[in-house]
Design a protein around this ligand. Structure first.
Ligand code: ADP
Ligand code: MG
Length: 385
């Protein structure tokens, strides 16, 4: 529990908070840019957290503060709109707006103060952590019973409809469904999921945050979503399919001819081969074949770089220097365009790996990367005060 957060709550609202909640962030092991194509992903929650201290108000205002930001955001439950001046507050406010849109009666306002050690806008899904946490807070404070997957769906509806990012469900699911030492196999065709023990044997999972800031709503993210939509509509004229994830690897030569546009084809090829890599990765893990797992992770990065074109200079450089520093596998994780990467390294190599990647990256860009061992953890947490 974060004492500064509770103190700030008391100083800001002149009352004690009544509840305390936490949500982790996530990495995706493999299966990138597949979620909005109804494909497969393999994420896991990791133990960097956003915390929130919460209390009821006597009026109908939602008052939001974040120790990571300067401004206090206030809105009235009867008039919540997305406004640029509400900046980050548009994420949590969207949850309340979405609940109201769904017909729920929210009878009182709330004070919420957040504090987070999740790197923000870095590909580890600080936005979904904030959204899932706020959806969890709303369900508990207003007594609306929701399963974790329903919390994820509410947060996803809010991020797409209220915040305007046409994202898939992976981030929200990964955080809401997180389970200690388990990865989540998510099938975005029907949002079904199961837990998998991914065996890394003598390898450690490392996260490398590039610390290159980016804004997804204004990045080519929505453009990729559009390209996939256009590719699908061209294929649909010839194949009876519902999504790009219904295309098989063996269909690709024919699909290339039908689509008739090399850029669109490359996007489709990434999605189709990436889904296959998720299946192959889970199979390799079950067989204890870590060298195959590493090969697939490296192929995933290459596909995201060459075919999907979302890695960008910084993540490509981190990929190269990580492999040179002894990583057996390295790939970007999350949406890309800057953001973060994951690597698999021998357990005993962490300190030398970290030192080497930090040095090389700083030498080139004068930016300090954040490098840490991933600890796969549980999802949403409610704590007694
Ligand atoms: P990512 O989800 O990869 O971290 P996004 O661009 O999707 O990156 O989301 C980042 C945005 O989420 C921030 O710009 C901010 O608006 C919001 N956000 C995340 N964490 C916090 C926080 N602790 N306090 C306030 N806003 C936050
Ligand atoms: Mg995000």
């Amino acid at each position: 529990m974060n004492k500064l957060l509770i103190e700030t709550y008391k100083n800001t609202f002149h009352a004690k908070p009544s509840k305390y909640f936490m949500a982790p962030c996530r990495v995706n092991l493999i299966g990138e840019h597949t979620d909005y194509n109804k494909g497969l992903a393999l994420p896991a929650a990791i133990s960097k957290f956003i915390h929130a201290a919460v209390g009821k108000r006597d009026d109908r205002k939602i008052c939001l503060k974040s120790l990571n930001k300067l401004d206090v955001i206030t809105a009235d439950l009867d008039d919540i709109k997305n406004k640029p001046e509400q900046s980050w507050g548009n994420y949590p406010l969207g949850i309340f707006a979405t609940l109201i849109k769904r017909g729920y009666n929210l009878p009182f306002g709330l004070n919420i103060i957040y504090s987070s050690n999740v790197p923000i806008a870095s590909g580890l899904s600080s936005s979904a952590a904030l959204l899932d946490l706020t959806a969890f807070i709303a369900s508990k404070m207003y007594g609306i019973p929701m399963k974790n997957e329903e919390i994820a769906m509410l947060a996803h509806q809010s991020e797409t409809e209220f915040n305007g990012l046409q994202c898939g469900i992976m981030d929200e699911f990964a955080i809401a469904l997180g389970k200690r030492n388990k990865c989540i196999i998510l099938d975005c065709k029907d949002n079904s999921f199961s837990y998998e023990d991914i065996s890394f044997k003598d390898l450690s999972l490392v996260v490398i945050v590039s610390n290159v800031r980016r804004n997804l709503v204004h990045s080519p993210y929505n453009q990729r979503v559009e390209e996939c939509r256009e590719g699908l509509s061209r294929i649909k004229k010839h194949y009876n399919i519902d999504s790009l994830s219904d295309v098989k690897v063996t269909d690709l030569p024919e699909v290339r001819r039908i689509v008739g546009n090399e850029t669109l084809f490359k996007r489709i090829k990434h999605v189709v081969t990436e889904n296959q890599r998720v299946r192959d990765f889970v199979k390799a893990s079950k067989e204890g074949d870590t060298s195959m797992m590493c090969k697939l992770l490296n192929e995933s990065h290459e596909s995201l770089k060459t075919d999907y074109e979302v890695t960008g200079e910084y993540l490509d450089y981190i990929h190269d220097i990580s492999l040179r520093a002894g990583a057996l596998a390295e790939r970007m994780t999350g949406a890309g365009f800057g953001g973060s990467s994951i690597a698999l390294i021998k357990n005993e190599d962490f300190e030398t790996f970290k030192e080497s990647v930090f040095r090389e990256y700083y030498k080139k860009y004068k930016i300090r990367p954040l490098i840490f061992l991933a600890d796969i953890c549980d999802g949403l947490i409610e704590k007694d005060l």
